[in-house]
Design a protein around this ligand. Structure first.
Ligand code: CTP
Length: 416
């Protein structure tokens, strides 16, 4: 039985677009209503071919809105504003490729698209379409763009599709959508009263890729897990979190704004846009070197050795350290295989950091690709805290408490 406590009294604005899965929204409306939420429905004109406004109107016990200029309704054209302001959550399910592209462009040719511009509440989308459409770069780019704007994207499921093909593109079951929406509302409840409410936290995660030629690059084994857990932990405490991620395949934590980057230069530019943040945690495994002259075309074998000339990348953290504002907290990571404490302390001083998180990838239970980590936190004021091997989510909780919130070690319960 899903937890329904965060739904009671909530105002859910459900947007339905014209895909075959639209019929599933009848059950979704019933679930929201059963949990005590108020539901209003907006549909695109095409959605009415798949499920009738009469069905969704009857189940939601509210009039369904479709056109932005309904016939015979003089004076009611500001409904798109009223509906947008009314909602606690604007959920679009299913979202077709067509309406997705309109949401990206800010088109407002129907009540649904207009409301997406007036809504001040969180927006969650459930894209659903045929597999080849779902994986098309145009659709993926549009989904990334909305995610960067802070929209929660619930990815489609893999399975049998209306076309008869098998692949990713199915709308998740109403139960699963309901649960994800409840989680989102619950996380917002916690966030509003959290200790980091009103603070901007920037987290970098994952590897960077340095281009050698159009098909090759230099990178490392970072999976981004540690950074994503840090972003999740900061959002749970109410921070406005910007997650700047190198190429990784992880889902964006709820309530986190994500910016995808590839190279160190991209990451540097993205971080600099947020250099005024209250807290910056550089957990990304940033490449230290980049090919001096990446080739425009694929480098061919020359029948002998090949040499690659490398140049140092910009040290993002060191740059932040130089311009560090009063009251800003800078946290770095050090990955050391020998003389860890000494090297990490050196980095902390050199880069003008408040804390550095030391880990050794060769220790068991630590480093890239494991679900756990064992770290030592070193503070500018000389404190040093050894944590045991813990799941990365708990390491993230401890780092936030110690380094960002200055909680005393004995008061931390990483499992809380
Ligand atoms: N970092 C950065 N920009 C870079 C390289 C690293 O911001 N171009 C950040 C990392 O995100 C991390 C910290 O700096 O927080 C790591 O410091 P660094 O001196 O790069 O460590 P190593 O790469 O391990 O350096 P070295 O090879 O000197 O040990």
């Amino acid at each position: 039985m899903p937890d329904t406590s965060h739904m009671t009294g909530r105002r859910i604005l459900l947007g339905v677009t014209g895909g075959i899965a639209a019929y599933k929204t009848a059950e979704l409306v019933r679930q929201f209503k059963r949990a005590g939420a108020e539901v209003r429905v907006v549909m695109t004109p095409d959605a009415t071919r798949f499920v009738t406004p009469l069905t969704l109107g009857t189940l939601s016990e509210n009039e369904v809105h479709i056109e932005i200029f309904p016939e015979n309704e003089a004076g009611s054209w500001t409904k798109h504003v009223a509906l947008g302001l009314w909602a606690d959550l604007f959920l679009v399910a299913p979202l077709t490729a067509q309406t997705l592209s309109k949401l990206v462009d800010g088109a407002c040719d129907s009540m649904l698209t207009a409301v997406s511009l007036t809504a001040r509440c969180p927006i969650m989308i459930c894209p659903a379409m045929d597999h080849d459409m779902y994986i098309h770069p145009a659709v993926r780019t549009n989904l990334d763009t909305l995610a960067e704007r802070g929209v929660t994207v619930m990815e489609a499921e893999h399975g049998e599709l209306a076309s008869g093909l098998i692949g990713q593109g199915r709308l998740p079951a109403p139960d699963a959508i309901f649960e994800r929406a409840s989680e989102l509302l619950a996380s917002l409840d916690t966030a509003r009263s959290g200790p980091l409410a009103g603070k901007r936290v920037v987290v970098t995660a994952g590897p960077t890729r340095e281009r050698i030629d159009p098909v090759r690059f230099i990178s490392n084994h970072s999976t981004g897990t540690m950074g994503f857990e840090l972003a999740r932990a900061a959002a749970r405490r109410g921070a406005d979190v910007v997650l700047i991620a190198g190429p990784v395949s992880l889902e964006t934590p709820d309530g986190v704004r994500r910016i995808d980057v590839e190279s160190t230069a991209d990451m540097y530019a993205a971080v600099m846009d947020y250099r005024e943040a209250d807290v910056v945690i550089m957990s990304a495994a940033v490449a230290d070197f980049t090919p001096s002259q990446p080739s425009e075309s694929k480098i061919k074998k020359q029948g002998g050795d090949a040499a690659l000339e490398l140049a140092p990348t910009t040290d993002i953290l060191a740059n932040l350290g130089v311009s560090k504002a009063d009251g800003q907290t800078l946290v770095g990571f050090a990955l050391e295989t020998e003389n860890g404490l000494e090297n990490a302390r050196g980095k902390l001083e050199r880069k003008n950091l408040d804390w550095i998180v030391l880990n050794n990838p060769t220790e068991s239970g630590a480093g890239f690709g494991t679900g756990t980590n064992r770290v030592t936190l070193l503070a500018r004021d000389g404190r040093s805290v050894d944590l045991p091997v813990l799941p990365k989510a708990e390491v993230a909780e401890a780092i936030l408490e110690l380094a960002v919130l200055n909680t005393a070690l004995e008061d931390i319960d990483p499992t809380a």
